[in-house]
Design a binder for this molecule. Structure first.
Ligand code: HPA
Length: 290
């Protein structure tokens, strides 16, 4: 994929654009158990990932694997119902390829959602968390989507990640949550490779390193979106408490929590979408001088 990334992006973009009369401006990635929000999209066109060149096949229960383009809260949107995970065996480039394509389709804003384990014992299953920053453990260890040759047409070689989560979008999320009476926690999301849930010692490490929630997604997509200058917002649904002395996490509770929290989550996302200025351009990512 690295050799001719731009050509692959264009092929996928062309395939999708040929099917939809709406040019999406906002990309929404729906995490584990949250995919049903895609049903609320109107004037929708659905493109299964299997029909998009360059996309890989999703494998996890709860991820349907389709792109839904249409209108949500009045906004032209591309919704990813299901995403690709590193733990499925895909490369970081494969995991983030859809974000490249959504940017090529016209999306300048990325709203990424996920299921996450909460690292605080006073948090509750079903809590929503605004992601204020991230720790990209696999990326720091060398599994980074921008590793390898850089295509300067897409973004700079050394993109900064300070302020990756757009301050103005975070302010919108806080305001909407307050108006709707939805409690919104805030914190730092740490991405781990998975697929095993963390050991007790690893959970202690995550807390020591400053994380508030742990998960297995989102950060690669945000990094690539920022590489291209997209404005990013991240929201986590706390599906389980990931506590060193607590019960072990399991995938079913992750999916069940999605069911219970869906109304608040849906209201929050639609409220945020309605407030986003989707005519806003990307924010050019300035190269970091060496
Ligand atoms: N750990 C890692 N990823 C997760 C968790 C967790 O506890 N919950 C949801 N995704």
């Amino acid at each position: 994929m690295d050799n001719d990334l731009s050509a692959q992006i264009e092929q996928a973009r062309f395939t999708i654009a040929a099917r939809s009369h709406i040019e999406p401006r906002i990309a929404l990635i729906l995490g584990s158990g949250l995919g049903d929000l895609a049903d609320a999209v109107t004037e929708s066109v659905t493109v299964p990932y299997t029909e998009i060149p360059g996309f890989v096949q999703p494998a996890v229960a709860g991820h349907r694997g389709e792109l839904v383009i249409g209108l949500l809260a009045g906004q032209p949107i591309a919704v990813m119902r299901g995403r690709f995970h590193f733990y499925e065996g895909h490369s970081m480039q494969q995991v983030t390829f859809p974000v490249r394509v959504l940017h090529a389709l016209g999306c300048t804003t990325l709203l990424a959602t996920n299921a996450a384990g909460g690292l605080h014992d006073n948090w509750r299953v079903g809590d929503l968390m605004l992601i204020t920053d991230h720790i990209f453990l696999p990326g720091l260890a060398g599994h980074h989507p921008l590793r390898g040759p850089n295509d300067d047409r897409l973004g700079p070689r050394f993109p900064p990640m300070v302020g990756a989560y757009d301050a103005a979008l975070q302010a919108v999320a806080r305001a909407v949550a307050a108006e709707l009476g939805i409690p919104l926690r805030e914190g730092i999301y740490m991405m781990l490779a998975g697929p095993a849930f963390e050991s007790s010692a690893e959970l202690r490490m995550c807390r020591t390193l400053g994380a508030d929630a742990v998960g297995m997604s989102t950060v690669p997509e945000v990094v690539v979106a920022r590489h291209m200058g997209m404005r990013c917002l991240g929201l986590s649904l706390i599906t389980n408490l990931a506590l060193p002395n607590g019960p072990p996490a399991n995938h079913q509770e992750v999916l069940d929590a999605g069911d219970a929290a869906r109304p608040a989550f849906t209201a929050l996302i639609c409220g945020i979408l309605a407030r986003i200025d989707s005519s806003a351009a990307t924010i050019p990512t300035s190269p970091v001088p060496l």
